[in-house]
Design a protein around this ligand. Structure first.
Ligand SMILES: O=C(O)C1=C[C@@H](OP(=O)(O)O)[C@@H](O)[C@H](O)C1
Ligand SMILES: C=C(OP(=O)(O)O)C(=O)O
Length: 426
């Protein structure tokens, strides 16, 4: 356990320009597609954090070549995948859901494991789907063992992807390398985080793979080559949200440079969400700028498509005027932690009034007081605590190191934004 981090309090409106590192979701897709490609690829401005280091290490363990290129880029040389290998998934959903379908192309035994919190994340759906497509896998959750046969017949599989869009993305990413490709059909409650599936389809198409997603809840990937490419990774828009929230809650102004004009990242919805809370949001040649109002208004939001933004939105809601209702995110109980329970517990621990609902939360603002905000090993719980701490003196986050999952140096970036040192002194 790391020592408690004292969340710095803002001494006035926060004004800053904050460059954010590359997207986790794009980086880990590009790594998998590059390892399956017909020749060497390069990833420019990839995210270098725990989740992407684990993905790179796993692909190297399976035989791929990954080297550092100029300016922080990654050069990936595909080679025949092979076991035996041990894959550490850490707490990364993208590693535990995207790697097994690729590992099924290897020959030999591949053992998957991860953090304690990872062992309770839903995995059965994708492991059963792989079995239906011809793979030999023992287990229903981490840890599990895949007995690679050097390829898979593939075909059609029906799954219930309501617990995670990553089940669909994982199957699609490797599908072109299966003998008959893969058709994934979804049958169940609505699939969350659909923009992440659009990201998968769009990146597959950029790599020359033929994908049919014309019908809702059905995706068809044709067998065929995967092209080597130069991947240019966008900034991580979800990781930008705590910094934008700093402007929102202090009545300041924060700009994120390099914000893409169009994107498949769910963080693209950030503009609408901050607008609903009463912020002014502009996108121009400087990047995306959020200007906070005097008071944030409560909102009623369905975050099914942008569920990974829930912790940031709850932090804003806890500091707003008026009630906020968040809907459509039942599945985030299976994220890094049960985020619905964790967010309610931590807001209430500081004197707030947050109630769990079946598919989200209701937050009624109340004056908050200082205390420990627990992160539950979850990077976005930790950054939510930092947002609250900007306006509530005396907030400590118990595990700020959890932010290294997707941001290499969150305390340093936060301090730079505030014009303080990483230990909170001016
Ligand atoms: O494919 C991806 O890169 C992701 C998909 C989403 O997962 P869920 O569908 O489980 O919400 C998202 O929340 C996660 O942070 C990243
Ligand atoms: C749900 C998340 O991560 P993962 O990729 O581990 O599922 C997240 O980053 O909010």
């Amino acid at each position: 356990m790391t020592s408690q981090w004292s969340a710095p309090t803002a001494h006035g409106p926060v004004h800053a320009t904050v460059p954010v590192p590359g997207s986790k979701s794009i980086t880990n897709r590009a790594l998998v597609l590059s390892a399956l490609a017909d020749g060497p690829s390069a990833l420019h401005a990839p995210l270098r954090s725990r989740d992407t280091a684990l993905m790179a290490a796993a692909l190297v363990a399976l035989g791929a070549g990954i080297e550092d290129g100029p300016d922080g880029s990654w050069l990936v040389t595909p080679r025949a995948l092979r076991g035996p290998a041990a894959v550490d998934c850490g707490l990364a959903g993208t590693v535990m859901r995207f790697l097994p379908p690729a590992a099924a192309l290897a020959v030999g035994e591949i053992v998957f494991d991860g953090d304690e919190h990872a062992r309770v994340r839903p995995m059965g759906t994708i492991l059963n789907a792989l079995r239906a497509l011809g793979a030999d896998v023992d287990g229903e959750a981490l840890p599990f063992t895949l007995h690679g046969k050097g390829g898979l017949p593939g075909g059609e599989v029906t799954i219930d992807a309501s617990a995670s869009s990553q089940f669909v993305s994982g199957l699609l990413l490797s599908a072109a390398r299966y003998e008959s490709g893969v058709t994934v059909l979804h049958d169940g409650k609505p699939v969350p985080s659909l923009p992440h599936i659009e990201m998968t389809v769009s990146m597959l198409r950029e790599a020359g793979v033929v994908v049919d997603d014309a019908e809702p809840n059905a995706w068809r990937v044709e067998p065929g080559p995967v092209a080597a490419r130069e991947w240019h990774v966008e900034p991580d828009l979800s990781n930008a949200t705590p910094f934008l929230a700093a402007a929102a809650v202090t009545g300041g102004e924060v700009t994120i440079p390099g914000w893409p004009a169009t994107t498949t990242q769910p963080g693209g919805a950030v503009r609408g969400i901050f607008g609903r809370f009463g912020c002014e949001v502009t996108l121009d040649e400087r990047g995306l700028t959020v200007r906070g109002p005097g008071r944030l208004t409560g909102v009623d939001l369905d975050l099914r498509d942008e569920s990974e933004l829930t912790p940031t939105v709850v932090a804003l809601a806890a500091l707003a005027e008026g009630r906020t209702r968040i809907r459509g995110v039942a599945h985030i109980r299976g994220h890094e932690t049960d985020r619905i329970a964790a967010l309610a517990a931590e807001v209430n621990r500081l004197g707030g009034a947050a109630e769990e609902t079946e598919d989200g939360l209701v937050i009624t603002p109340r004056p908050l007081h200082g205390g420990t905000w627990r992160a539950y090993a979850d990077h976005r719980m930790a950054t939510a605590g930092a947002i609250v701490g900007l306006v509530v003196p005396g907030v400590g986050v118990d595990d700020i190191a959890s932010t290294t999952k997707t941001i290499p140096d969150f305390p340093g970036m936060w301090a730079t934004m505030l014009g303080t040192t990483a230990h909170g002194t001016r």
